[in-house]
Design a protein around this ligand. Structure first.
Ligand SMILES: Nc1ncnc2c1ncn2[C@@H]1O[C@H](COP(=O)(O)OP(=O)(O)O)[C@@H](O)[C@H]1O
Ligand SMILES: [Mg+2]
Length: 233
């Protein structure tokens, strides 16, 4: 469904990616891993064309994304939950969700307010509240809900559980597991390997802007030296 090949991306003159390859099969959860600063967010921004790559290719459902503007990439069905839970602080929860809604119709299997509230009941309780009054975990749920309201075929989560308390983190993971069970394809960046690995179907490890290892979560889990070397675990 997603094939990334030879990605090289720059911020001005400074090169951040030096050759990233990955592929994600339909219905899979792919874990994109690596220590801080290794290029995970840049890879995601390159895929979404928020920071267009200088070299390399990204194909989504067979389509080459080269030359597309970021909003067009999103419309093809890539839904991003960006690092740092960006919600519209002054808008209510419901307004945040409606703002990204596209063809929202739960009868067609698409995402609607009703379905997002069923996934995250806390958001229904807070529907009329300004997003800025939510806890960090609730804002993260809202960020996931906003991405789902675009009816993505591929959901991309960049550190969605970062800085959250264990209980609320568990709620987010169970929502991700429910989405996977429905067959949604998901690309996840997350530091909590204990939560991430049981859910992942495949893993890719980045080191200094390069993909250096790809394999199954079982193989990664079994290889302490690999985890130590590339993930600092
Ligand atoms: N906006 C930016 N401008 C310049 N350099 C950046 C910017 N964002 C990230 N970088 C650099 O790119 C590299 C990869 O960063 P990033 O993709 O954020 O890593 P990760 O998400 O794995 O922590 C790092 O060396 C980082 O300092
Ligand atoms: Mg990052």
């Amino acid at each position: 469904m997603l094939t990334v090949s030879g990605l090289e991306t720059f911020y001005g003159p400074s090169q951040a990616l030096f050759g990233v390859d990955l592929s994600l099969q339909q219905g899979q959860v792919l874990a994109l891993m690596g220590r801080n600063g290794m290029g995970k967010t840049t890879t995601i921004r390159s895929i979404m064309r928020l920071t267009p790559p200088k070299r390399g290719t990204v194909h989504f459902s067979g389509q080459d994304l080269a030359g597309l503007q970021a909003f067009r990439v999103a419309r093809l069905g890539l839904g991003l939950v960006p690092e740092g839970r960006r919600v519209f602080a002054p808008l209510s929860v419901e307004e945040n969700l409606r703002a990204t809604a596209r063809d929202a119709d739960d009868t067609a299997g698409g995402w609607s307010l009703k379905r997002v509230y069923a996934l995250f009941p806390r958001l229904r309780e807070r529907a009329g509240q300004a997003a800025r009054t939510l806890s960090g975990g609730e804002q993260q749920m809202l960020a996931v809900g906003r991405a789902l309201m675009t009816n993505p075929r591929l959901l991309i989560l960049d550190e969605a559980t970062e800085g959250l308390a264990p209980l609320i983190r568990a709620e987010i993971w169970s929502a991700i597991a429910a989405l996977k069970a429905e067959g949604l394809s998901i690309l996840v960046v997350d530091k909590h390997l204990k939560d991430l690995l049981p859910l992942a179907d495949a893993c890719v490890v980045l080191e200094k802007g390069r993909s250096v290892w790809a394999g199954s979560p079982q193989a990664l889990q079994a290889d302490a030296a690999l985890q130590h070397r590339y993930l600092g675990v």
